[in-house]
Design a protein around this ligand. Structure first.
Ligand code: AHR
Length: 635
């Protein structure tokens, strides 16, 4: 028997309670959310022709070459260092192919927007033909450009696709002979989210939008920190003209990745302006995390000397101005000139990702002092390191409390049983201490980031059990997010992940639907649900939390049955007059190992039904291994 007190509001549920954590890992940005289809569009990868092939060109037989592409550096300075010089001796025999990110997904009848920069050097190349081809070189759409000038000129064209194909490539051929320089060869589908140029994959954004996330954390993860300080994420390099954003090796390129991806670079086409815009589009509060002057402690752990930390702190101050400043401010004007005159309404900023120890505290203090002096209302998120156990965690928490830190970011990648066992983790957290951002968590079916991990149902319902504990402690826990968010099925380095995609399709895992259930039903006020006067934290394998929503006028109960059998439970709701029926939303799998897949993307997804309420009393059968949300209107 469970008792619910619908009268007393224990605490408000923060609007940020359930959000999303975005990191460019697993091809989440380039090759994923960022809809650019050309890999290495500006020839800036470490191996500048990576992603490009010239199948008919024999580089060793000078006299036999029908054509050849060479990389030329503009200069070592600047941000766009290279371009490609193509020499055509016999146009009939030469082609350049771009392989895309594990191929290109193209859809029948959809239009694709191409742009490139070209400069005619000598001879007369009269036409550049651009075609989608399949693996048998069948043409699936084409267009052409007539280059006219010796000066660098931007050209645009459109291709319409004749057949859907998941592994298309782009072929570029030429008419005439001579030498021509090419750069910034870019291709986007027309159906990006909101039809934006330089936009995002609509199916992936839709999945995020449907979560109704309270916040969007970006750009990571370890990617914030970099293997070295030079390779940290620098937001100022990710804004402005897309072509001028300097390509950088992705931290998940090789080392410390569980699957190697030597072709993993960051174009920064998805940069800070786009992240802020995405947050706005999906109704989420933006939560950027910045380098605190410490490279990833799992890599070099390089530290910026304390007398050289100012530029790092300045980056944080300038970012706040970029997000919130009006057009009379330097950085507010940059935002406005990029097309967003209105501020982005930034409320939180994170200092450091997973840093720990005295080096972190020393640096955090400097950021805290500077940010609070200029922007007292900005809430700062700090951290205690990757896994919130042990000495360094205790040390960090104690020091952060002394500093009146506002929010501490905790990460846990543990086995499913840990999540069920630790449902009371926040019950005894100091209500007067820092609030909690459970910034990265996911149940690992085998071991942390093991390539054999599965997004199975046991992991998902165990996370749901744990989430009832976070919700019950909404007074302390203000933000939570599953991690990582996105993974390309042929380009991942870390598993499990919340959303899987290939070049054409995407699906939410059972973990996604757990997040969606909680986020879509977060309510406005926490209320008590108890068994014999105690919180429901695993007695008989049942876990529960309850909220009411003062806007929709509903009582909302979340119940996880982690037992192998159905449990019949009576629930007595007091303190509110309830409707005589309610809506149940049930999530369950066919056993604990069940999963979603491209073939059955919604196999485990919420199903709605009705149930009876009799004078506030409910008698309900909770299926084996299930997560159920019960919603009842208050009269
Ligand atoms: O989510 C994957 C990685 O796990 C993140 O980059 C890092 O913060 C954590 O260690």
């Amino acid at each position: 028997n469970l008792q619910v007190d619908a009268l007393k509001s224990i605490t408000k549920i923060e609007p940020t309670m359930y959000g999303v954590f975005f990191e460019d890992i697993n091809f989440a940005a380039d090759g994923g959310l960022y809809a650019e289809m050309i890999k290495n569009r500006s020839f800036e990868f470490e191996t500048p022709m990576m992603g490009w092939n010239e199948p008919n060109s024999d580089r060793h037989k000078l006299n036999l070459q029908s054509g050849i592409a060479n990389i030329i550096q503009y200069s070592q300075k600047g941000t766009n260092h290279n371009y490609c010089r193509v020499t055509i001796n016999d146009a009939s025999g030469y082609e350049m192919i771009n392989e895309g990110f594990r191929g290109m997904g193209i859809k029948k009848d959809l239009k694709y927007n191409l742009s490139l920069k070209a400069s005619k050097v000598s001879g007369d190349i009269s036409k550049i033909k651009i075609q989608f081809i399949d693996k048998n070189k069948k043409v699936l759409g084409e267009t052409s450009i007539v280059p006219t000038s010796k000066d660098w000129t931007n050209y645009t064209a459109q291709l319409t696709v004749t057949a859907t194909e998941a592994k298309a490539q782009i072929r570029i051929t030429f008419e005439g002979t001579g030498v021509i320089d090419l750069d910034a060869i870019s291709l986007f589908p027309e159906d990006t989210w909101k039809g934006r140029k330089n936009g995002m994959r609509a199916d992936l954004v839709q999945l995020l939008y449907d979560l109704k996330p309270g916040f969007l954390r970006f750009p990571g993860g370890c990617i914030v920190e970099g293997k070295t300080l030079a390779l940290r994420y620098q937001w100022k390099k990710s804004i402005g003209n897309v072509e001028d954003r300097e390509t950088m090796i992705n931290r998940w390129n090789t080392e410390f990745a569980h699957k190697l991806a030597p072709d993993y670079f960051q174009s920064f086409g998805l940069g800070f302006f786009e992240y802020f815009q995405l947050a706005e589009d999906i109704g989420a509060s933006p939560l950027p995390i910045l380098s605190c002057g410490m490279a990833c402690q799992f890599n070099t752990g390089e530290l910026v000397p304390m007398d050289q930390i100012d530029p790092y702190v300045q980056d944080a101050l300038d970012l706040i101005e970029f997000a919130n400043g009006d057009q009379t401010t330097a950085w507010g004007k940059v935002r406005s000139d990029m097309g967003h005159p209105k501020p982005f309404n930034l409320k939180h900023i994170g200092v450091g990702n997973e840093q720990w120890g005295p080096d972190y505290i020393e640096r955090f203090k400097v950021f805290q002092k500077a940010i609070k002096a200029k922007y007292p209302n900005i809430i700062i998120v700090s951290g205690t390191g990757p896994y919130p156990d042990g000495d360094y965690f205790d040390y960090g928490m104690a020091e952060l409390k002394k500093l009146n830190a506002e929010i501490v970011d905790e990460h846990y990648y543990k086995d499913p049983a840990w999540f069920r066992k630790n449902v009371t983790r926040y019950d005894n957290y100091d209500r007067k201490g820092p609030k909690i951002f459970a910034g990265e968590y996911a149940a690992q079916s085998v071991a942390i980031a093991s390539p054999d991990n599965k997004n199975n149902w046991e992991c998902a319902f165990s996370e749901a059990a744990f989430m009832t504990g976070m919700e019950r402690n909404a007074e302390v826990v203000h933000l939570t997010s599953y991690a990582p968010l996105l993974a390309h099925v042929e380009g991942w380095q870390w598993t499990p992940d919340m959303i899987w995609f290939n070049n054409l399709q995407s699906y939410g895992t059972p973990n996604y639907y757990v997040q969606k259930l909680f986020s879509n039903n977060k309510g406005t006020d926490l209320i008590n649900i108890t068994k014999d006067g105690k919180a429901v934290t695993g007695q008989n394998d049942l876990f529960a939390s309850a909220v009411k929503d003062l806007n929709s006028k509903e009582v909302i109960l979340k119940i996880v049955n982690a037992a192998a059998t159905t449990q019949n439970v009576s629930i007595d709701v007091k303190g509110a007059k309830l409707d005589s029926k309610g809506t149940a939303i049930t999530l369950k799998g066919d056993g604990i190992n069940d999963e979603n897949s491209f073939e059955a993307p919604t196999k485990i997804s919420p199903k709605e039904s009705e149930f009876k309420v009799n004078g506030g009393k409910i008698q309900y059968d909770f299926p084996a291994y299930s997560v159920t949300v019960l919603k009842i209107k208050m009269k």
